[in-house]
Design a protein around this ligand. Sequence first.
Ligand code: DC
Length: 229
Amino acid sequence: MGRIIVAIDGHSSCGKSTMAKTLARRIGYTYVDTGAMYRAVTLFAIRNGLFTADGIDTSTLAQEMENIHISFRYDAEGRQVTVLNGEDVEKDIRGMEVSGKVSPISAIDFVRARLVERQRSLGAEKGVVMDGRDIGTVVYPDAELKIFVTATDRVRAQRRLDELKAKGSDVTFSEVLKNVQERDYIDSHREISPLKQASDAIVLDNSNMSIEEQDEWLYDRFLKASGQA
Ligand code: DC
């Protein structure tokens, strides 16, 4: 079998991107962080004043979609960063402001349609590891390997808190837990492409797993799905 598509879906802050990135590097595939794409649209909306007292100005956002160009590149340290209209926005899209506003943006139909189209073109040649919420259900329903990752909300909040603290943020555990729970709720209850497990996905609950253990688990699944084991 040649190159395949690896679709990794699951709840927020469950370590999907860490394991997806490591696998992609190990097998020489392209890693696509679809959450970063929704975050970049959110940052664009914040910067352009599209969050108003009445909610999101969707008519302006709809017109602006064609002016939002999102791509990925590697920085000097070899880390993949998200680029919005030519600017490295990696740091800005990970902060609490974007995290607090990204769920309603990702529930908008025309935003999803545009980003799903872009995600399909990024995987047109296969050889991608893509993570998100709807990769195995909507973007690539025929992906050769689908993983659905989860962990308890407290474990996920603690991991996210450690990440934010390492970046110098003084946010508290309860604030982060609240954000994780709110995003879970909106992501699983929205009308279009809600977060749900594909019927043919393999479930990974990594609450009690080390990063090394989950990396090996995923690599093993990849070898089987690509006919190498
Ligand atoms: O994976 P993340 O936390 O960076 O994702 C940010 C938000 O984007 C999350 O609240 C859900 C949404 N998202 C989505 O709706 N569909 C995707 N394929 C990826 C992310």
